[in-house]
Design a protein around this ligand. Structure first.
Ligand SMILES: Nc1ncnc2c1ncn2[C@@H]1O[C@H](COP(=O)(O)OP(=O)(O)O)[C@@H](O)[C@H]1O
Ligand SMILES: NC(=O)OP(=O)(O)O
Length: 313
């Protein structure tokens, strides 16, 4: 039996409520496979498209409707956790019931402490929401003051600050539930970023990378594995080129070398590999596996995915 923290990527959730409701039924299956095999599973997920959608909807509505107040960004992050968690916990609960596994599933609204002096606040880098044309991008920049960037030839997207996670506020609650054998969904969307001053926590307008937040909760829970589940079966070098090589494993040293050689795209594979290195390096026996959602069970058996490990093991 292993304790596994799973970070779910965008392909597990889709972009619209209808798409999400349908996709999470498939997402639940490989997760429940791991639970059925006796593993303790904790689930984290992204929220880039969802928090962008919620924030934009609230902004538009607050301008056009007197009855709708301006909704601060951290509250939009909290809404995204609730909305995604609601779909995920029901889908996982249903899949568990179908297999006659009696286990409660719950989503914890989770806050993650960040450093108010994190340099990331000066350099917005995390893409959220939809893709826009160049003309739409200009309108959003001028009228809403959004920071916009071109995203890998796919169009323009809004970017917000993405500070690193320092601590998880609700960690004792998560630990207690995991110890009781319950399935927990936590640090959704990387957690609601908060700054701690004295006894108070204040939300800040930012989106923490879910791969880094998943790594943080995996360390806190002393997990055996961090599973970063995405749309590709393995991490590659020379990705998308004729000489592409899909990797079964890489040591921390090799991974760092590949980062220097720029094999991993910033904002997509790079944070996953960085989170993988951090977890594998944090304590002997801890491994990260970057794999596809569908092949999570094969990845645990060493038949799929890319394992990132400490070389002396
Ligand atoms: N070196 C690489 N190896 C494998 N995939 C890569 C690499 N560089 C970029 N990618 C792309 O990164 C994607 C994963 O990033 P992204 O879609 O942002 O993740 P998420 O699943 O968290 O939403 C893969 O599906 C792939 O298209
Ligand atoms: N919070 C976060 O990392 O979201 P995405 O995975 O959707 O970018």
């Amino acid at each position: 039996m292993s304790r596994i923290v799973i970070a779910l990527g965008g392909n597990a959730l889709g972009k619209t409520p209808e798409e999400q409701l349908s996709l999470v039924k498939n997402t639940a299956k490989p997760i429940v496979d791991l639970i059925q095999d006796g593993n303790e599973v904790v689930i984290a997920h992204g929220n880039g498209p969802q928090v962008g959608m919620i924030n934009l909807a609230m902004e538009v509505a607050s301008v056009t409707e007197d009855a709708v107040p301006t909704m601060p960004f951290p509250e939009c992050g909290a809404m995204s956790q609730g909305y995604i968690g609601y779909h995920l916990q029901n889908a996982i609960g249903e899949e568990l019931s179908k297999r006659n596994i009696d286990k409660p599933v719950a989503t914890i609204v989770t806050q993650v402490v960040v450093d108010k002096d994190d340099e990331a606040f000066k350099h917005p880098s995390k893409p959220i929401g939809s893709f826009y044309t160049e003309e739409e991008c200009k309108v959003l920049r001028d009228e809403k003051g959004y920071d916009m960037v071109e995203d890998s030839g796919r169009g323009y997207r809004r970017v917000v600050a993405s500070p690193k996670p320092v601590d998880v506020v609700e960690k004792e609650t998560v630990k207690a539930l995991v110890e009781k054998g319950q399935v927990v969904i936590t640090v959704g969307g990387g957690g609601i970023p908060v700054i701690k001053e004295g006894n108070s926590l204040t939300g800040v307008p930012a989106v923490i990378d879910k791969d880094f937040a998943s790594e943080k909760i995996a360390e806190i829970l002393d997990a055996d594995y961090l599973f970063i589940l995405t749309a590709v079966d393995r991490v590659s070098i020379n990705f998308g080129k004729p000489e592409q090589v899909d990797l079964e494993k890489m040591s921390i040293e090799e991974a760092k070398q590949y980062i220097e050689e720029k094999h991993f795209a910033p904002g997509s594979m790079l944070p996953k590999v960085e989170a993988a290195i951090k977890f594998a390096d944090s304590k002997a026996g801890r491994n990260t596996i970057i794999a596809s959602l569908e092949k999570a069970k094969d990845a645990l058996a060493g038949k799929s995915g890319t394992k990132v490990y400490k070389s002396e093991e």
